[in-house]
Design a protein around this ligand. Structure first.
Ligand code: PNS
Length: 173
């Protein structure tokens, strides 16, 4: 049974990430979705919040575990006896950085392979950053993130929950 790690910032998890998780869990025996405290940029959500959201979203998936890690990804993969790193690819623009990371990881640990899964075209424009920007400015991100994430975003940006807005006649549908 092969174990794959799907690492990322997941700040927050989007419908695009969820699509990759669903595909990965069909291909690998076990998938560990693991949150990295991002070294390169500040995050909106704490590591614990990002893990909580992912746990909620992956609740029904028997072969998916949610965790967090710090330090080198390849060391974390070795500790968890994972032989594969899964990454999602949306567009050509993702490729350069992904290639660099995959090659660095292979250089560090040749036995671990990076496997890329293509995100569905429906979600190919989605990123955590664009979702946060839209949510911060009060736009709807329904369908772009799992419902639990919408609630976390509303709370973070102190927006009225959709149910309240609807009751006040603010939104329809
Ligand atoms: O969702 P992101 O921000 O694109 O994920 C990037 C991530 C967390 C996968 C990457 O930054 C990572 O692997 N960080 C762990 C540190 C590490 O191992 N760096 C060297 C290899 S790239």
């Amino acid at each position: 049974m092969s174990t794959a790690i799907y690492p990322g910032s997941f700040d927050p998890v989007t419908s695009g990430h969820l699509d990759v998780i669903e595909r990965a869990r069909q291909v690998f025996g076990k998938v560990i979705v693991s949150v990295a405290p991002n070294e390169r940029k500040e995050t909106l959500f704490t590591t614990d919040e990002r893990v909580e959201m992912l746990r909620e979203v992956c609740r029904g998936f028997s072969n998916v575990e949610v965790d967090s890690f710090s330090g080198l990804l390849v060391n974390y993969a070795l500790t968890n006896k994972a032989t594969v790193i899964v990454r999602g690819l949306r567009a050509v623009s993702d490729f350069e950085l992904e290639l660099q990371m995959a090659q660095m990881n292979r250089c560090l640990t040749p036995d671990i392979n990076t496997v890329f899964l293509m995100t569905t075209t429906e979600h190919s424009f989605l990123s955590s950053s664009i979702v946060k920007e839209v949510a911060r400015l009060g736009g709807s991100v329904t369908g772009m993130v799992p419902p639990v994430v919408e609630t976390y975003l509303e709370r973070k940006f102190k927006l009225e929950p959709k149910s309240k807005q609807r009751a006040a006649g603010g939104i329809s549908g």
